[in-house]
Design a protein around this ligand. Structure first.
Ligand code: FMN
Length: 199
């Protein structure tokens, strides 16, 4: 089995990238494969163009987006690792979802119904600056829109790993706790017992 981890952070030494790496090590330790797709590192352009929007009406997708869709098709799971920026994922990740999860690839409309086409397991690794877990209603504020998009496209969602207290001068012991959780989540990602936790 293989996980595609999509990361969205401009700094290579960010906690987001470190956490994704640790999660990947957990997946590898469980005997499965990982590909990390660093959206900034790959220079992904998140802006939907008018040509692209017009092309979608005709069922056309650019070679660049087709290549991303192939990477998803060759994966069994999708993990999104990102910081919360003003309650949303960074623009580069929102744009990636907008451009890559196209009709006909991610979902289709049949006889007045919508069918999700991506039979993948998915999980989010989300960093927030808030100092206490209790400070924010993570699910309502930050996660529900994205979970809605992924389930619409057919994915089964594992509980989000929310990492709170990530800011300059954060408690190193807390960072270690989050990194250990990432490794464990990676290790357990493909366990069948994880099914019972899906939303
Ligand atoms: C533009 C911007 C907006 C942010 N908005 C929020 C927010 O809405 N809620 C929050 O808890 N933290 C917010 N933060 C803090 C980041 O979530 C935090 O710095 C990040 O998780 C740290 O992880 P990193 O090292 O991977 O960047 C924001 C940070 C930036 C730069």
């Amino acid at each position: 089995m293989k996980v595609l981890i999509v990361t969205a952070h401009p700094r290579q030494d960010s906690f987001t990238q470190t956490l994704a790496q640790r999660f990947a090590e957990g997946v590898n330790a469980s005997g499965h494969d990982v590909e990390i797709a660093d959206l900034y590192g790959e220079g992904f352009n998140p802006v939907v163009s008018i040509q692209e929007l017009e092309g979608w009406k005709e069922g056309q997708v650019s070679p660049e987006i087709r290549a991303w869709q192939e990477r998803i098709k060759h994966s069994d799971a999708l993990v999104l690792a990102y910081p919360v920026w003003w309650s949303t994922p960074p623009a580069i990740l929102s744009g990636w979802l907008q451009r890559v999860l196209t009709q006909g690839f991610a979902f289709q409309h049949i006889a007045g119904r919508t069918e999700g086409l991506l039979k993948l397991r998915a999980q989010m690794l989300v960093n927030v600056g808030s100092r206490q877990r209790e400070d924010v209603n993570l699910a309502a504020l930050y996660l529900e829109p994205l979970i809605g998009v992924l389930t619409y496209c057919g994915m089964e969602i594992l509980p989000t790993q929310a990492n709170w207290g990530i800011y300059a001068g954060a408690d190193p012991a807390l960072l270690r706790v989050h990194l250990d959780r990432a490794f464990d989540n990676g290790m357990q990602f493909f366990l069948e017992s994880n099914h019972k936790n899906m939303v």
